[in-house]
Design a protein around this ligand. Structure first.
Ligand SMILES: CC(C)C(=O)C(=O)O
Length: 507
C-alpha cells in the first residue's frame, strides 16, 4: 500500500551561512541569480539570503531579491538572519523589503552567560519584545537557538525552559543549530527525538555543521528522529568546515529515507553547484560526492570492464540523476575497457591493432603524468591513423633543443633518410625555427629543397580541460600546391617537429 511520505522542508543558506566561508563574498547580482535559481530550478522551499545590518551591499542584495520574490509570489520563502537588538534588525528588514526573520538567540547557558552576560529571564523578555515588534510590523518569525547542541549536552534544563517559553510565542519555526559541528549522529538522533516528542505541534529545523565531516550523517539522523526541516548549503559552504551539503543530503534522503520526500530537483544540483563555484571562487573538491569532477569517473580498467559486462560497478547513485554522465578515465591504469567505453560514447570504432596503438599511446602519456581526457581521443586516433598511412623513410633520430636567456635558441639534430644518418647544428629565432634551420642545412647538402611553411596553427582539444595534449597543424606549400600535416604531443615544439617529420615523409 502506498504510504504518505513525510515532507521535509529544505532551507538553503548558501547566501548567508555559505557566504561565511572564509574569503567568500557574493555581489548583489550574484546573490540575485543564485536566489532565483534556488527557488525556481532547484526548488528548495526557503532561502536564507543575508544577515541584517551587515553592509550597504548586503542591503542592496536583499532589496533586489525581495523585489524579485515579491513580483513572483515568493516573498514568504526568503529569510534573513536578525538579532536581538531592540528595533534595529526589524527596521533593517523593513528597509530591505524582507518578510521572514530568523532571529538569532542563545541556545546554551554557556553562550548566554558568557557572551550576553544575561540571565535566562532577561534574554527571554528581550526575545519576546523583538518578536512582538516584528509581528506588529507584519514580519514572520523563526527563532535560532545558537549553540543548541552544547546546550543539550551541558545545560539541557535551560534548553527546555527556553523551548517552553517559545511555545507561548508567535513563532513559526524553531531552528536547532549544531553551531560548532560537534554532535555525533547518535546524539543528533537522541536530542531531536526528545524535542519533537515533547513539542509535537512545533516545527523544528536542524542546522548541521561539518567540523567532523559528519554533516550529512547528522542531517540523516535528524530527519530519522523527526526534524521537519533542514538547513543546507551548495557545495557544503559555510562557517569553518561548512554546513551539510545540499546535494549529498538530498541524495542520502532520496536513497535511504523512503518515508520522506523533498521538493528538490536532483537534476539541477550539479549546475547550481558549478554556478556557485564560479561566483564564490570556492573550488569544489574533485572527490566531493555528487558534484565533484571525479565522482562519476571510473579509473581502474577492472571497473570499466565490469560496467561493460553487467553494470557491475553501478550503484543507485547514478550520474544521470544529477544531470551528469559516467566517465571512464584515460591513463596508465585505465586499460582497454576504459578506452572502448570512451570510443563508444564518441561513436568511434577502431580495428584491434589501432585500438592497441591508441591504448599504448595513452599509457605512455599516463606514464608522463599527463591527464588524457575524452576530448583528446579523436586527436590521438587521427594522429595514429595518419602515421599508419605514411611510409617512414625519414626519421628524426635525436635532437637537443636549447632555450636560454639572452642567447639564441639552438638545436643539434640527427636524422636518417632511407637509413643514412645526418647531423647538423643550427640556431634560430625560436626553438622550432632553429630546428627548421638545421633541417634545411641537411637537405641543402643533399641538394634537395624543402616545402615552404605557409601557416602554423596550435590548438588544444576543445573544452580547455586537457593538460595532456597540444596539436600543431602546419600548412606547407610545395610545387604550387598546399598540404597540411599534424603533430600531437604534450609539448608544443615537439608536436610541431612531429608534424614536420610527417611532411618529410610525404615529399
Ligand atoms: C548564526 C547561526 C544561526 C549559525 O549559523 C549556527 O549557529 O550554526
Amino acid at each position: 500500500m502506498p504510504v504518505d511520505k513525510r515532507y521535509i522542508e529544505i532551507m538553503d543558506t548558501t547566501l548567508r551561512d555559505g557566504e561565511q566561508t572564509s574569503g567568500v563574498s557574493f555581489s548583489p547580482s550574484e546573490k540575485l541569480t543564485i536566489a532565483q535559481l534556488l527557488l525556481t530550478e532547484v526548488k528548495v522551499d526557503r532561502i536564507e539570503i543575508a544577515s541584517a545590518r551587515v553592509s550597504d551591499g548586503e542591503l542592496a542584495a536583499v532589496k533586489a531579491i525581495t523585489k524579485w520574490a515579491k513580483a513572483n509570489g515568493l516573498l514568504n520563502r526568503v529569510e534573513v538572519l536578525t538579532f536581538v537588538d531592540g528595533d534595529v534588525s526589524v527596521q533593517w528588514m523593513q528597509k530591505a523589503g524582507a518578510k521572514v526573520m530568523n532571529l538569532l538567540t542563545k541556545g546554551s547557558l554557556n553562550h548566554l552567560t558568557h557572551q550576553l552576560k544575561k540571565k535566562p529571564e532577561q534574554h527571554f523578555a528581550e526575545v519576546a519584545a523583538v518578536i512582538a515588534l516584528a509581528r506588529k510590523k507584519g514580519l514572520e518569525c523563526n527563532v535560532y537557538l545558537e549553540d543548541w547542541s552544547n546546550g543539550m549536552r551541558h545545560s539541557r534544563e535551560y534548553v527546555f525552559q527556553y523551548l517552553n517559553f517559545l511555545q507561548q510565542q508567535p513563532v513559526k519555526r524553531i531552528m536547532l543549530p549544531d553551531t560548532l559541528g560537534v554532535l555525533t549522529p547518535a546524539e543528533v538522533h537522541d536530542y531531536i527525538t526528545q524535542i519533537v516528542q515533547r513539542y509535537p505541534k512545533t516545527h523544528f529545523d536542524f542546522h548541521a555543521h561539518n567540523d567532523y565531516d559528519l554533516g550529512t550523517a547528522n542531517v540523516l539522523e535528524g530527519v530519522k528522529a523527526g526534524a521537519h526541516g533542514l538547513h543546507l548549503t551548495i557545495n557544503g559552504m559555510g562557517e569553518r568546515a561548512g554546513n551539510a551539503p545540499l546535494a549529498s543530503a538530498i541524495a542520502v534522503l532520496n536513497d535511504f529515507m523512503p518515508t520522506v520526500k523533498t521538493n528538490v530537483a536532483e537534476a539541477s544540483l550539479y549546475s547550481v553547484s558549478k554556478l556557485v563555484e564560479t561566483f564564490s571562487g570556492f573550488r569544489i573538491p574533485a572527490n566531493k560526492p555528487v558534484v565533484g569532477e571525479n565522482v562519476f569517473t571510473q579509473t581502474a580498467g577492472i571497473h570499466a570492464d565490469g560496467d561493460k559486462k553487467n553494470k557491475l560497478y553501478f550503484s543507485d547513485l547514478m550520474p544521470e540523476r544529477f544531470g551528469r554522465q559516467r566517465k571512464y578515465a584515460l591513463g596508465k591504469t585505465s586499460g582497454k575497457a576504459n578506452i572502448e567505453n570512451n570510443l563508444q560514447q564518441l561513436g568511434i570504432q577502431l580495428s584491434d591493432p589501432d585500438l592497441k596503438k591508441v591504448t599504448q599511446r595513452i599509457i605512455e602519456l599516463g606514464d608522463k603524468k599527463e591527464v588524457v581526457t575524452q576530448a583528446d581521443l579523436p586527436y590521438i586516433i587521427s594522429d595514429i591513423l595518419d602515421s599508419n598511412t605514411i611510409e617512414e623513410k625519414v626519421r628524426i633520430e635525436n635532437y637537443v633543443l636549447t632555450h636560454s636567456k639572452n642567447l639564441k635558441p639552438s638545436v643539434t639534430l640527427r636524422l636518417s633518410i632511407k637509413g643514412e644518418v645526418f647531423e647538423e647544428h643550427s640556431q634560430g629565432d625560436g626553438q622550432y625555427d632553429a630546428f627548421m634551420n638545421a633541417l634545411k642545412k641537411v637537405y641543402k647538402k643533399q641538394k634537395q629543397e624543402l616545402p615552404a611553411l605557409s601557416d602554423y596553427a596550435v590548438r588544444i582539444p576543445p573544452g580547455g580541460k586537457s593538460d595532456a595534449l597540444c596539436e600543431t597543424i602546419i600548412t606547407w606549400r610545395w610545387n604550387n600546391r598546399e598540404f597540411k600535416t599534424r603533430g600531437l604531443d604534450s609539448d608544443q615544439t615537439v608536436s610541431a617537429i612531429k608534424a614536420t617529420q610527417k611532411m618529410l615523409n610525404l615529399i
